[in-house]
Design a protein around this ligand. Structure first.
Ligand SMILES: Cc1cc2nc3c(=O)[nH]c(=O)nc-3n(C[C@H](O)[C@H](O)[C@H](O)COP(=O)(O)OP(=O)(O)OC[C@H]3O[C@@H](n4cnc5c(N)ncnc54)[C@H](O)[C@@H]3O)c2cc1C
Length: 518
C-alpha cells in the first residue's frame, strides 16, 4: 500500500508531492504526460505563493527565473489610467516581491527537478488513471501505461486528485462544479521580441466592453496579451499577423511585425467554478480540480499551491499517527471559502473590464464608481495579502471581532538574520512577546513546537501588538491557529496539536532516486 497517490503532476500535484516528501510521507505521482506540458499559461504570482515555492526549496531558483512587477492598472480604452494597485518589488511582509512574473512550464520543470531529490516521492509519467475505487481501509487506483497499453493497479491510503479542470477524480467521487456565473472566451497571445516596448512593468487591464484586454511583460523578451473575443469570433480569425497586428499595435507602436515572434496563440474559456465537495472519505480534490477562476488577478495556480500547503501537513500528521483523522475535515472548510473570495475578486475585475452597461456615463466613470462603492475590492486589490482562513477546528477565530487567527504569520526577519520560515521549517511555532520559562520551553520542545521570540521593536512584536495579542500559535503551513495574551492561554491548542513530525529537507534525503518516467 502506498500512503498517498497523487493524480496529476501539474503545479498543484508537484507541490503536494514535495511537501509530503519533506514530511517523509511516501507518495506516488501518476501523470499522463511524459514531460512538462510545454504551453505557457500562468504568468503572475503573489508573495504568499512565492513563499510556498521557497518552502519547497526553490526560493533562489524561482527568484532567478522570475521578474518582480509593479502591480495592476485599470485603464480606459485609450489606455488612460483609471486606477493603480501597486506591489512592492523590493520585498513585502514575506520578504519577497509582492508580485512576480514567471513562465509556468519553467516553474513546473523546476518543481520536477526538485522532486527528484526526495527518495520518498516517485513520479511516473506517461500513465493515465482510469478508475478509483474506495475500499474500507484504502483506495484502489487503476491506471494504464500509455506506452505499452498495460493495465496496472495500486492501493493507496489516500488519493489527491490534482488532475486539473476536467478532473476524472472529481467525477469519480461524484462531486460537481458550482458555477459562479462568469464565462467568457478570450484570445491568449504570447509574443517574443528583442524590441523594448517600454511600458509600465505591471498588469495592464483595459476596461473596454468593445474589446477588453490584458497586457503584461512576463520575461526579458516575453510579452502576454489577452483579448476578449466577441460572439462569433475564434482564435483562428487571428492566426495571421495582418489580422493580429492591429490588436497589439497600441503597445508595439512602430516595432515591425517581423520582430514580433508568436510563441503561442490560443483561445481559452475563462470560468468561475467551485466544486461542491472537495473530499469523499480518502479522496481529496486540489487545484483546478476543485476550483476554476478567470485569470484577471493571477490566482488560479496560486490557489492550487495554497490547497497543497493546507492539506500536506495535516495528511502527514494523520499518516504518521500524530494527528487525528478529524483534522482533514478542516481542509474544505478553510480552503473553499478562501478560493471563493479570490474568484469573486477576479470576477469583479472581469466585470469592470467588460461591463457594457455603465451605471452612469462612460465605462471609465463606471469603473471609478465601482471602486468607490466597493471598499472590499480596493482592500483586496490594493494589497497582496489575501483573506484570513475561515473558522475551523484548526483556526480558532471568535465569531465576532478582528483576530490574527486564520492569517499567515509574516515571514519576518528575526534578530539572528534568519526569516521566520527558516526557523519554523514546517513545524508548529509559538511566537511570543515574552520568552517562555525554561520549563515552558522544555514542554514546547517536547511537543515539537519551535519557539520564536518576538522582541519589542521587531516586526513580529508589532504584528502581534496591532491585534492586541502577545502570543500566537502558528501552524506548519504558516497560518495562525490561535492568539492570546500568554503561553497559558494557548495551552489547550498546544496540547491538542503540537505534536507534528518535523519535515526533512531535500539534503536529509539520500540520493536514492525513485523518480521514474521522466
Ligand atoms: C490563459 C491562462 C492564464 C493563467 N494565468 C494565471 C496566472 O497568472 N496566475 C495563476 O496563479 N494562475 C493562472 N492560470 C491558472 C493556472 O494555469 C492553473 O490554475 C494551473 O495550471 C492549475 O494547476 P493544477 O496542477 O491544479 O492543474 P493542471 O495544471 O491542469 O495539471 C493537471 C495535471 O493532471 C494531469 N491529468 C489529468 N487527468 C489525468 C489522468 N487521468 N491521469 C493522469 N494524469 C492526469 C494532466 O495531464 C495535468 O498535467 C492561468 C490559466 C490560463 C489558462
Amino acid at each position: 500500500m502506498v500512503p498517498v497517490v497523487i493524480v496529476g503532476a501539474g503545479p498543484t500535484g508537484l507541490t503536494a508531492a514535495t511537501l509530503l516528501a519533506q514530511y517523509s510521507v511516501q507518495c506516488l505521482l501518476l501523470e499522463r504526460w511524459q514531460s512538462v506540458y510545454p504551453q505557457p499559461r500562468a504568468v503572475a504570482v503573489d508573495d504568499e505563493t512565492q513563499r510556498i515555492i521557497a518552502r519547497l526549496g526553490l526560493g533562489e531558483e524561482f527568484a532567478a527565473a522570475s521578474r518582480p512587477h509593479q502591480g495592476m492598472r485599470l485603464l480606459d480604452r485609450n489606455l488612460r489610467v483609471l486606477a493603480e494597485f501597486r506591489r512592492r518589488r523590493d520585498g513585502g511582509r514575506h520578504g519577497l516581491p509582492e508580485g512576480s512574473m514567471f513562465d509556468q512550464p519553467e516553474l513546473e520543470q523546476l518543481l520536477r527537478d526538485n522532486l527528484k531529490r526526495y527518495r520518498t516521492a516517485t513520479l511516473r509519467g506517461n500513465v493515465e488513471v482510469t478508475a478509483l475505487t474506495q475500499q474500507t481501509d484504502g483506495v484502489r487506483v487503476d491506471f494504464t501505461d500509455l506506452a505499452t497499453g498495460e493495465q496496472h493497479c495500486v492501493r493507496a491510503g489516500y488519493v489527491l486528485g490534482c488532475d486539473g479542470a476536467n478532473s476524472p477524480t472529481r467525477t469519480a467521487i461524484g462531486a460537481t462544479m458550482t458555477d459562479l456565473r462568469f464565462t467568457q472566451r478570450w484570445l491568449v497571445l504570447d509574443v517574443d521580441t528583442d524590441a523594448d516596448l517600454g511600458h509600465w512593468e505591471g498588469v495592464h487591464q483595459v476596461c473596454d466592453p468593445r474589446r477588453a484586454a490584458t497586457y503584461m511583460r512576463v520575461g526579458t523578451t516575453r510579452h502576454r496579451w489577452e483579448f476578449a473575443l466577441t460572439p462569433g469570433e475564434t482564435a483562428d480569425d487571428y492566426r495571421h499577423m495582418p489580422r493580429l497586428h492591429p490588436l497589439i499595435a497600441r503597445w508595439t507602436a512602430d516595432v515591425p511585425a517581423d520582430r514580433l515572434q508568436i510563441v503561442r496563440m490560443t483561445e481559452y474559456t475563462f470560468r468561475a467554478q467551485v466544486a461542491d465537495r472537495w473530499r469523499d472519505r480518502r479522496v481529496f480534490l486540489l487545484g483546478d480540480a476543485a476550483h476554476l477562476t478567470p485569470p484577471f488577478v493571477g490566482q488560479g495556480m496560486a490557489a492550487g499551491l495554497r490547497d497543497a500547503m493546507n492539506l500536506a501537513w495535516k495528511l502527514a500528521g494523520v499518516v504518521g499517527g500524530t494527528l487525528p483523522e478529524s483534522v482533514l475535515d478542516s481542509y474544505q472548510t478553510e480552503r473553499a471559502a478562501h478560493a471563493r473570495s479570490m474568484i469573486r475578486l477576479a470576477i469583479l475585475v472581469g466585470v469592470m473590464m467588460t461591463d457594457d452597461r455603465p451605471l452612469v456615463g462612460s465605462v471609465g466613470r463606471a469603473v471609478l464608481r465601482w471602486l468607490r462603492v466597493l471598499p472590499a475590492f480596493r482592500r483586496l486589490a490594493g494589497s497582496s495579502q489575501t483573506p484570513a482562513l475561515s473558522r475551523s477546528a484548526l483556526v480558532a477565530r471568535p465569531r465576532l471581532g478582528r483576530t490574527l487567527a486564520g492569517q499567515l504569520c509574516p515571514n519576518a526577519l528575526l534578530d539572528d538574520g534568519r526569516r521566520f520560515d527558516d526557523v519554523a521549517a514546517g513545524r508548529f511555532a509559538y511566537v511570543g512577546c515574552e520568552q517562555p520559562s525554561a520549563a515552558e520551553q522544555a514542554d514546547l520542545t517536547s511537543a515539537g513546537v519551535v519557539v520564536v521570540h518576538a522582541p519589542r521593536g521587531g516586526e513580529l512584536h508589532r504584528w502581534l501588538r496591532q491585534a492586541r495579542a502577545r502570543a500566537a500559535l502558528v501552524r506548519p503551513d504558516g497560518t495562525v491557529l490561535s492568539v492570546g495574551r500568554s503561553l497559558s492561554t494557548l495551552h489547550r491548542h498546544l496540547l491538542a496539536f503540537g505534536t507534528e513530525p518535523a519535515p526533512r529537507t531535500a539534503a536529509d534525503s539520500d540520493q536514492d532516486l525513485r523518480v521514474a518516467g521522466q
